[in-house]
Design a protein around this ligand. Structure first.
Ligand code: GDP
Ligand code: IMO
Ligand code: MG
Length: 426
């Protein structure tokens, strides 16, 4: 068996959690491969709404194994609070959740460094979620990090102390007040609890699983335009959010990747700083924000909204090798008389159809095609045949531009509000 990958094609929050939950019954194993508690993946079913941060979105389904892969960065405090909430709901987390030994730990001082770095950037700040993601990946690549496997070894506390000493030195160069003593007790308490959970060498585990015929779905976090290499640098996250991240973040060889499911919203959103060519600053943008409840799942920050950006989507499809597209939140566009879709950019006096190196608003303006909208409420639609003709035309337009089929159309946050337009290749 090959492993399938499901990931976001925009700036995150595309609806990955919802679709992983919908797809989980077809898979034996769901695995997160990068990111950490900067993610907020929302699932809705049976009147329950739940937001997951580090734990894969397969956790609610019977018989699914959920792996937190080596490419993920873990805050023990956050993951333990996620676990407590799940246990309260009756989920047998201990038997279904496996931690990769090689996953790196977010220390309290990583969170402090994140906050100090953002504060020092002033207006140029990234708009980080302040969960310590950047500093933890910096320590990983700087070869200073502490990993999940370390917590069971005798030298753990000494490693922790040495790294914290380094962090204190860096913090002393910032005009930044902190009280580490207040943060450490809950961190060490969470580490003690974490010791009781199953640890694996994820590379051996997933390869053995595939060899014995088990199916795996790798769940991306963030989105392709936040990728450390291919996103709108420096306004990105600190990991490879793209398909290749599933290889390095789990130990899956590139030729063992099967289907790549790319998720996008019928429009665009972005939270945090950075360029956003199709951003709307008017009542249309506010309408999308209100109808789509576009406020951060964890931070509650208002998300910036704008029209669908096809050159950016095509770029994401290219670098991920997307085999099928899934369009989310089509219901949110209901009521727009006209829908605009960006098909090219005016860039320094020329029309181009690809994202340039720098796509700051001073350099680039979108070129739009206008398509007719629809008025129907889609949230109760049960079959793709019932979708309005202008939505079909919108999807056809996207498929033609991108050259990849749109298999799924999502018309609401619940599991059941998911329409299979085409047979999904699972
Ligand atoms: P993720 O980070 O990609 O998992 O996405 P988030 O959970 O951060 O944000 C997606 C939001 O949209 C959540 O509140 C979902 O419940 C909601 N959602 C997902 N699909 C749909 C949809 O088709 N329509 C509507 N109206 N909401 C949706
Ligand atoms: P999910 O998985 C949307 C954004 C932050 C910020 C930038 C860097 O729910 O789609 P970081 O904390 O990673 O250093 O922040 O990336 N960001 C996200 N935006 N969805 C996410 O995750 C995000 N994770 C990080 O807002 O602009
Ligand atoms: Mg999210």
């Amino acid at each position: 068996m090959k492993a399938d990958v499901l990931l976001g094609l925009q700036w995150g929050d595309e609806g990955k959690g919802k679709i992983v939950d919908v797809f989980t019954p077809r898979y034996d194993i769901i695995a997160r491969f990068q990111g950490g508690p900067n993610a907020g993946h929302t699932l809705e079913f049976n009147g329950i709404k739940h937001v997951l941060r580090t734990i894969p979105s397969g956790i609610f389904r019977e018989n699914s194994i959920n792996i937190i892969g080596n490419g993920v960065v873990i805050d023990p405090v956050v993951v333990m609070s996620e676990i407590h909430a799940l246990v309260k709901m009756g989920v047998d987390v201990k038997s279904k959740l496996l931690f990769a030994r090689k996953a790196h730990l977010i220390l309290p001082t990583h969170r402090l460094l994140d906050a100090a770095s953002e504060a020092s950037k002033g207006k140029e700040k990234i708009g980080s979620t302040l969960k310590g993601i950047g500093p933890t990946y910096m320590d990983k690549t700087g070869r200073n990090g502490i990993r999940v496997g370390d917590i069971l070894l005798p030298g753990f506390k000494a490693k922790y102390d040495a790294l914290v000493e380094k962090h204190k030195q860096i913090l002393s160069h910032h005009n930044f007040e902190y009280n580490l003593g207040e943060m450490e007790p809950e961190w060490f308490a969470a580490i003690e609890e974490l010791k009781a959970f199953q640890q694996i060498d994820s590379e051996h585990y997933v390869n053995e699983a595939m060899r014995s015929g088990k199916s795996i779905l790798a769940e991306g976090a963030q989105g392709s335009l936040l990728d450390i290499d291919f996103g709108s640098y420096p306004f990105v996250t600190s990991s490879n959010t793209i398909c290749a991240g599933a290889c390095t973040g789990l130990g899956i060889a590139p030729n063992r990747i099967g289907n790549v499911f790319g998720i996008f919203k019928a429009y665009c959103t972005r939270v945090g700083s950075g360029p956003f060519p199709t951003e709307l600053f008017d009542e249309v943008g506010q309408g999308i924000r209100d109808r789509g409840h576009e406020y951060g799942s964890v931070t509650k920050r208002p998300r910036r909204t704008g029209w669908l950006d096809l050159p950016a989507l095509k770029y994401a499809v290219m670098i991920n090798g997307v085999t099928e597209l899934l369009m989310m939140k089509a219901d949110v566009l209901s009521g727009e008389k006209t829908i605009k879709v960006c098909t090219a950019y005016n860039y320094q006096g020329k029309q181009i159809d690809h994202l340039p190196f720098d796509y700051s608003p001073e350099l680039l303006t979108p070129v739009y095609t206008e398509l007719p909208g629809w008025n129907e409420d889609l949230t109760g639609v049960k079959s793709p045949d019932e979708l309005p003709a202008s939505l079909h035309a919108y999807i056809d337009f996207i498929e033609k531009y991108i050259g990849v089929p749109v298999s799924v159309v999502s018309v609401g946050p619940d599991r059941t509000q998911t329409l299979m337009r085409k047979q999904v290749a699972v």
